[in-house]
Design a protein around this ligand. Structure first.
Ligand SMILES: Nc1ncnc2c1ncn2[C@@H]1O[C@H](COP(=O)(O)OP(=O)(O)OP(=O)(O)O)[C@@H](O)[C@H]1O
Ligand SMILES: [Mg+2]
Length: 474
């Protein structure tokens, strides 16, 4: 608005008359600040009055605008946090030479124009299966290009693409065919994929990661894929299946099993030293120089090796430790940050496990927690009988099916295996045996997570009927 724009310099000078600043730098600042204020000056009958209300708002706004400033001005300890995330594929994989060589020695056939054997790769989670196969796949494509021997590598995560239709449609789309993700007869999608595949001479490697997730919904597609070469004139297909479930082939048709498992490669877990090497290499890229206390990578490696040598877990731990250090405005990552990160990751893990339990297991766990809440002596263990009584009460309250005590004992053992409760068999002399159950997870947090389930929500104020010690035993 024109009327609100007073002749700047004169009026600025007038408003700031008390500020007698000497240097030109300060003067520039003064003018800049005053010009900001000037927009609050209103004209009242030729007089200018500073609008104090707006002035106040300005201050308020300024402090809100500064919300992020505090954090931005923290010491930065990460150089490139992304390299610690699971999506990053490193091009140097320490302690996996043997496995890389095994995969390469099988896939090299593709560069000679032959069909490589199918491969099944097993190993526990975080042992580098996906990283190795993606790395070798990239190298194969590059070498294929330079040797004019086209190799196409298609990576599919069967946790996401988990039906035979979706798998075939995804494969066809990779080869440039417009196949809808639903709606066509599966045979038609298969034909489309086969025809596009055979358009030219090439070797196509199909990597099916987490293949066990696909197999759960039937193995027809694997049967068809493992036989597809018989129907092709130009192209050749070879399959790589990856799984961390060593038993999944038990569910396969024996013909599929033998075809898919022409070659098998096992990825052993890493030990603490090996994880430490992996972390050191990634930490160099991820953190600023001198941002890591030297004990940090050792401690992360030791924690991860305690589980089963899971490199993903170790990298997560290192990243979360860095984030915690950054949030606490520390310029270096210290041991204490790693310990806090370890607790946080553990709590997150438990929350995730509890959230995804079947309803009956949730009821059993809630029974244990509610009894614990009402125990006279908080340190006392809980018996299976007590849990069963509370569980039946709960089922009656919310109209759920009541399982037998034997089933409930099994569910308690499963919770024990997941590390949520600790159930020890104890002998009660002539009264037989029972389980002494204690809770291994933070009680309040876990109860809250359980009550997030709308079916359990009505049990929020549930009070268990406590039994006398003798009747608890059965
Ligand atoms: N030898 C290694 N060198 C460098 N990084 C590695 C190595 N092994 C694994 N990693 C890293 O650890 C993380 C987990 O590895 P990866 O995803 O390959 O495990 P996985 O065996 O496929 O596990 P899952 O069975 O859970 O899928 C990734 O970030 C990966 O980059
Ligand atoms: Mg994987």
């Amino acid at each position: 608005m024109k009327g609100c724009q007073p002749e700047p310099i004169k009026r600025v000078h007038f408003l700031c008359i008390k500020w007698r600043l000497q240097t030109s730098v300060c003067r520039t600042l003064l003018v800049r600040n005053s010009l900001k204020k000037i927009s609050n000056v209103k004209h009242l009958g030729g007089m200018q009055v500073l609008d104090l209300k707006t002035e106040k708002n300005l201050h308020k706004k300024k402090s809100l605008n500064g919300l992020f400033e505090d954090y931005l001005s923290n010491v930065v300890i990460f150089d490139n946090k992304e390299v610690l995330r699971p999506t990053y594929t490193p091009d140097n994989l320490p302690h996996r030479d043997e496995q890389i060589q095994s995969v390469v020695s099988i896939l090299v056939a593709a560069l000679r124009g032959d069909t490589p054997s199918n491969i099944l790769i097993y190993g526990k989670t975080g042992t580098g299966k996906t990283a190795v196969v993606k790395y070798v796949g990239n190298e194969l494509e590059k070498t294929g290009e330079s040797h004019e021997m086209p190799c196409t590598v298609i990576y599919i995560n069967c946790e996401v693409v988990d039906t035979q239709y979706r798998l075939l449609a995804t494969l066809a789309r990779h080869l440039g065919k417009e196949v809808p993700m639903t709606g066509w007869p599966t045979d038609q999608v298969y034909e489309e994929f086969k025809n596009s595949l055979d358009e030219k001479k090439r070797v196509v490697i199909v990597i099916m990661d987490e293949i066990d997730k696909l197999v759960r919904k039937g193995d027809d597609v694997l049967y068809n894929l493992s036989r597809i070469n018989a129907d092709l004139k130009n192209a050749r297909v070879s399959l790589i299946g990856i799984s961390n479930d060593l038993k999944f082939t038990e569910f396969l048709d024996p013909r599929v099993k033998s075809s898919l498992g022409e070659e098998e490669i096992i990825f052993p877990p890493y030990d603490a030293e090996q994880i430490h090497d992996i972390l050191e290499q990634r930490a160099k890229m991820a953190f600023k120089k001198n941002a890591l206390n030297e004990t940090v990578t050792r401690l992360c490696a030791a924690f991860a090796a305690q589980e089963h040598g899971d490199a993903r877990r170790a990298l997560d731990l290192l990243r979360v430790s860095g984030e915690i250090a950054e949030r606490s405005k520390s310029s270096t990552v210290e041991e204490k940050h790693v310990r806090t990160a370890q607790d946080k990751i553990e709590v997150d893990r438990i929350v995730e496990v509890v959230r995804t339990l079947p309803t009956q297991s949730k009821l059993v766990l809630l029974s244990v927690l509610k009894i614990k809440e009402w125990l006279e002596k908080p340190g006392d263990n809980i018996s299976t009988g007590e849990v069963y009584t509370a569980y039946k009460q709960m089922c009656a309250d919310i109209g759920a099916d009541i399982l037998t005590q034997r089933r409930i004992t099994d569910l308690i053992s499963e919770l024990d295996m997941l590390g949520i409760v600790n159930a020890m068999v104890v002998s009660k002399g002539r009264y037989g045996r029972t389980k002494a159950i204690s809770v291994s997870v933070p009680e309040n947090n876990t109860t809250n997570v359980l009550l997030e389930d709308y079916r359990l929500k009505p049990l929020e104020n549930f009070v268990p009927v406590m039994q006398s010690s003798q009747s608890q035993l059965f």
